[in-house]
Design a protein around this ligand. Structure first.
Ligand code: AMP
Length: 194
């Protein structure tokens, strides 16, 4: 199985690149952000709880997102070639739990691809995205900046977790969508040929 953790700050291009990766390698896309927005729309208990955090650009509670991912892995167990985890894990607790969840299914995380994008470019992309994403958390510069701060404080350490396991590959996330995708494919193919 090919299990890819796609990592990077808000606006790094995780969603766009996920779509290209899943179609080339025939993987399932697991975006906790998308799943939480769907839970909010359906006004489930988890959705109502998570929204309080998402509206401020904070992270939803670990137990909620871990529960969501566990149920998704069960749903696709035995039927998928692997997964692209997009926006998960975002804390070291989530990272440790992901190892347990995939380990219980006789699998493991293959690699983490970290999209590296400069701060000013992230702000520009997110402000631009606000014009078409319909996302409340893209529409307010204070919330955008808070999401990047939260990334730096709580999520960046997850990179170290995978570096220690020798699984981190940094990908320059500037340039055209296709240029970035080519860098990703080069990194994936190195792992596949290992
Ligand atoms: P995203 O679509 O990945 O940008 O996520 C949007 C928002 O959903 C984030 O700002 C968080 O509030 C929440 N969220 C998504 N994934 C996670 C996660 N793995 N852990 C905690 N909160 C998350």
């Amino acid at each position: 199985m090919l299990n890819i953790v796609l990592f990077g700050p808000p606006g790094a291009g995780k969603g766009t690149q996920s779509q290209k990766i899943i179609s080339k390698y025939n993987l399932k896309h697991l975006s906790t952000g998308d799943m939480l927005r769907s839970a909010i729309q359906r006004q489930t208990e988890n959705g109502v709880e998570a929204q309080k955090f998402m509206d401020r650009g904070e992270l939803a509670p670990d137990e909620i997102v871990i529960g969501i991912i566990g149920r998704c892995l069960d749903k696709h167990n035995g039927t998928a070639n692997g997964f692209v985890f997009d926006g998960f894990p975002r804390t070291t607790v989530q990272a440790a739990e992901l190892d347990v969840l995939v380990g219980q299914r006789n699998s493991s995380v293959s690699l983490m691809l970290g999209l590296e994008v400069e701060y000013d470019e992230l702000i520009l992309r997110l402000e631009n995205r606000a014009n078409y994403s319909g996302r409340a958390d893209d529409a307010d510069i204070t919330i955008i900046k808070n999401r990047i701060d939260v990334y730096n404080q709580r999520t960046r350490p997850v990179m170290e977790f995978y570096k220690e396991q020798g699984k981190y590959v940094g990908i320059k996330g500037m340039g055209s969508v296709d240029e970035i995708f080519q860098r990703i494919c080069n990194a994936v193919e190195l792992v596949e040929n290992r």
